[in-house]
Design a protein around this ligand. Sequence first.
Ligand SMILES: *Cc1c(COP(=O)(O)O)cnc(C)c1O
Length: 389
Amino acid sequence: MNNLKKLDGEKIAAAYARFDQLLIEGKGALCRNEAGKEFLDFTSGIGVNSLGFCDSDWITAVCGQLQKIQHASNLYFTEPQIRLADALTKRSGMSKVFFANSGAEAAECAIKAARKYGNLRSGGKRNQIITLSGSFHGRTMAAITATGQEHYHKDFYPFVPGFRYCPTGDSLKLTSLIDDQVCAVMLELVQGEGGVLDMDQSFVRSAEAMCRKNDILLIVDEVQTGIGRTGTLFAYEQYGIEPDMVMFAKGIGGGLPLGGVLFNSKTKDILQPGDHGSTFGGNPIACAGALAVMEKLTPDFLTDVKEKGIFLKGALSEMPEIYDLSGLGLMLGFKVKGKTSAQVVADAMENGLLLLTAKDKVRLLPPLIISMEQLQQGVDIIQKVLRNS
Ligand SMILES: *Cc1c(COP(=O)(O)O)cnc(C)c1O
């Protein structure tokens, strides 16, 4: 196995600073490395394994589809894609969906749709998109341009023109950035990569009001917050807003690559044949897995997620070493007095708990199916790690 890690270093572009663990197998919220050491997982593969590792209903759905048809291209109808579109629109109240494979592709689709909407209404003059500082929308050129963090930009100039950045939470600045060239505002409701920062309700509502007043589209990036992560199917439900487009990815496929954009009644017919496409987008196997995820996410299940989130946040808030605790549902972040987030993650791993960082914060994204007992075990390990500093 050490040979494998060495081969990785030699053969795979060094784009990732990997933790020194080769993960072999998992079930639910537990997984094992090559030496058989067991870990409790508070990462879900960065919010992807929403049902944890190898959920049996998900496996049945995926394997069942695998034995029928694995891919047909979007030139044909396939059943799982249509059923998933029906489930997503019914459950969200949105009207239509475009399927892609990832969060960055969801961003590309939303950006193109917003520009087409604006350009068609203005003779090609309305195509600027406002995004927020601290945001993260993906790594392709337009998505990285939309990402309002210089850290991700350095070395990759020049960027896609037509983006404006607003400091997060600054309604006055947002007002001043809006003019007759702006077609959309794109924002996360809890900035994930930016440090698990929940948006202020009043800022989000005033952004929505400004969009409505100026016929500007409101795009919410729910790639990390969506699909039950915050205790509702989408986080926007908790903000009392009605977005024009909703981006999703990470948790939807339960571990398979899938993402996309939901459109409301205003935006549902922007994309027409030839405007956009994806060879793999909406692949039937990924969609069959996603249907299994959607079936698990009943209202009762989501209430449980919310309660687990409240329990976890409550337990963390009682630890005196922890400050700047933030996030919604099972998407939480915090800082630790006298320790960097990387140190906390390394120490927790040593003690059998997998955690993430987000900028200078420790980030928790446990699988939605995690049990209360497992949450308590994770809390105990975090407690131990913080006490031993
Ligand atoms: C992860 C993430 C993306 C990018 O998703 P990829 O699948 O890595 O392209 C976009 N937006 C948000 C909010 C994310 O958390």
